[in-house]
Design a protein around this ligand. Structure first.
Ligand SMILES: [Mg+2]
Length: 137
């Protein structure tokens, strides 16, 4: 995994942005996205920004596939993938990327990330690590 080249997580993400490595982010929904239940701290604008920056994005959630697709459609975001939690590994198999990241809020997110070969980012750390937004608001 590319991340080992860098001394710290934040340094790693600086490089990720700078060199525009192919990168993929999987978003958990509930407790992670602002439109989740409960709402999380990742706004749909942040998702759009990541997509604009070149990330391949999609969701990995306990919600049904059709429920996930409907949610993205409602917000006018065209995602690359929608999978159930235990199928995160399929995303890694389907898309070529230098780095695979999953953002979520529970231990289950951590576990599925580890078994699928994704870097897990706890949702509370994502604004600073992925978007370079410092401090809590
Ligand atoms: Mg969640």
């Amino acid at each position: 995994m590319g991340g080992r080249l860098f001394k710290s997580e934040s340094r790693f993400y600086e490089q990720l942005w700078k060199y525009k490595l192919a990168k993929l982010i999987s978003f958990d929904i509930d407790g992670t996205l602002e439109v989740g239940e409960p709402p999380g701290i990742i706004t749909m604008d942040m998702v759009r920004e990541a997509q604009k920056a070149g990330y391949l994005i999609g969701s990995c959630s306990d919600r049904t596939i059709s429920g996930q697709q409907r949610l993205w459609e409602e917000h006018g975001i065209l995602v690359e993938f929608t999978v159930l939690k235990h199928n995160l590994g399929e995303v890694a198999a389907q898309f070529e990327a230098d780095e695979y990241v999953h953002i979520g809020d529970t231990d289950l997110d951590l576990r599925v990330s580890q078994s699928a070969g994704f870097r897990f980012i706890p949702v509370e750390e994502a604004p600073s690590l992925v978007w370079g937004i410092n401090g809590k608001s």
